[in-house]
Design a protein around this ligand. Structure first.
Ligand SMILES: [Zn+2]
Ligand SMILES: [Zn+2]
Length: 421
């Protein structure tokens, strides 16, 4: 299923917000972070945080399902999918019937990691399902048959760590579209090397008209060493905007692209929405499609999920000038250099801020520095049919240990796209 066809885009510069309604909204949000812009086209829902990829002793993990669940609860998650390797279980998902795979605190999905020699993928469903056709497709190394079999069972199929080095990159040229792609596997840089997955693998599909939802997965194998102390369940966290807090609604939200990914459960959640008629009400959110050809006001929010940064003060976001965006796109400037250049000497913040980078159809198109205390930024454009807009938040986290920096880098959050019909 594709939402759109590929169009070649001519360059058009973004401009900072001048719409009074949106500017008012952004300022209001900076001072009142509980305000949620209305989404006229979206159903009422709630943001839930989870982890879609982890292993137990039913495959090559170090801990039983009950301990995996305990760690996820400690991390403050709302849902998980335990995705043991099908190869370790000879095609029979024994972990689903483990007496420890139950929880009063978490919504549990029923997942398996489809583990073939040419690539891995997660299959998730709201309840146990017949895995036999997927196992047969695994033995035949037939990704298209596996995707069809997953859909026949009402399950989603998500390509895992597609750009991993050494082991387990996605080498299929599947014609059946996958529902999702794991753009962030464990730590952002290692072991999945998913900087490449985001920009090379995912954007490469998006620019050819496919619309797989970006998700994250910790791929936790070890609750202890050697994975600790570097990352655990919830690194990264996948946020879904579900109509109701249950497994079926979570999977519907993933299918719809109402998802963003953050580096940990307490990290800011990125939200991208669009107002297509200038009334100050948001008409579309991530995963939705909007019409091209007219002015659209976009709003990016970086929401503190636990509202813990009580010392925040209202501080204005600053758009980055075109030369700096071009330098960023060409690799001549790092995000940190761009952030500092955009703020000049005026950043007296007591905590660290973020650089928002807007990608239009795969290329950096616009950017803004959000100093600490700034949570919303708006811009407008006249989108072309076939384009898409997505946002990355590059941060300079307060709470990463020095030993974690080489693994995590500075990626804080990734949005899903808003598509243009
Ligand atoms: Zn894998
Ligand atoms: Zn895995």
């Amino acid at each position: 299923m594709t939402r759109r066809s590929l169009w070649l885009l001519s360059g058009q510069n973004a401009r900072p917000v001048i719409a009074p309604s949106l500017l008012t909204l952004a300022v209001a949000i900076a001072g009142c972070i509980t305000l949620t812009p209305s989404l006229a086209s979206a159903q009422a829902g709630t943001w839930l945080r989870g982890d879609l990829h982890m292993h137990s002793t039913h495959s090559d993990g170090d801990s039983p399902p009950s301990a995996v669940i305990d760690r996820a609860v400690e991390q403050g998650l709302d849902f998980i999918a335990l995705t043991d390797h099908d190869t370790s279980m000879n095609g029979s998902p024994t972990h689903w019937s483990d007496p420890g795979y139950v929880s009063d605190d978490l919504i549990l999905l029923y997942g398996v990691e489809w583990t073939s020699g040419l690539g891995h993928a997660n299959v998730w469903a709201p309840e146990p399902f017949d895995y036999s056709a997927m196992w047969e497709a695994n033995r035949a190394q037939d990704a298209d048959a596996a995707i069809r079999a997953a859909h026949d069972q009402g399950a989603l199929f998500s390509i895992n760590h597609p750009a991993a080095y050494g082991c387990c990159a996605w080498e299929y040229d599947n014609l059946e579209p996958a529902d999702a792609v794991e753009v962030w596997n464990g730590t952002y840089r290692v072991p999945g090397f998913n900087g490449q997955a985001t920009h090379v693998f995912w954007d490469a599909r998006l620019t050819t008209g496919r619309t797989p939802t970006a998700v994250g997965g910790s791929d936790t194998h070890y609750l202890g060493f050697p994975q600790q102390p570097f990352w655990t369940i919830g690194n990264p966290t996948t946020w879904v905007y579900a109509s109701t807090p249950n497994a079926r609604a979570i999977l519907q939200a993933i299918r719809a692209g109402h998802v963003s990914v953050s580096y940990e459960p307490d990290a800011p959640r990125i939200e991208l929405s669009a107002d297509i008629d200038g009334d100050g009400r948001m008409d579309a959110m991530m995963g939705d499609a909007i019409p091209g050809g007219g002015r659209v006001d976009f709003l990016v929010r970086l929401v503190d999920p636990d509202n813990t940064k009580t010392s925040r003060r209202a501080t204005s976001a600053r758009p980055v000038n075109r030369a700096l965006v071009d330098a960023l796109a060409a690799g001549r400037a790092t995000p940190l250099e761009v952030y500092r250049a955009a703020l000049g000497e005026k950043d007296g913040s007591s905590c660290n801020g973020h650089l928002l980078i807007v990608f239009r159809s795969g290329s950096p198109y616009h950017a803004a520095a959000l100093p600490c205390g700034s949570e919303a930024y708006g811009f407008h454009d006249t989108p072309y049919a076939g384009s898409y807009y997505r946002v990355e938040a590059v941060g300079f986290p307060d709470d990463l240990k020095p030993i974690q920096h080489p693994l995590h880098g500075t990626m804080t959050a990734v949005s899903n796209p808003i598509y243009v019909d």
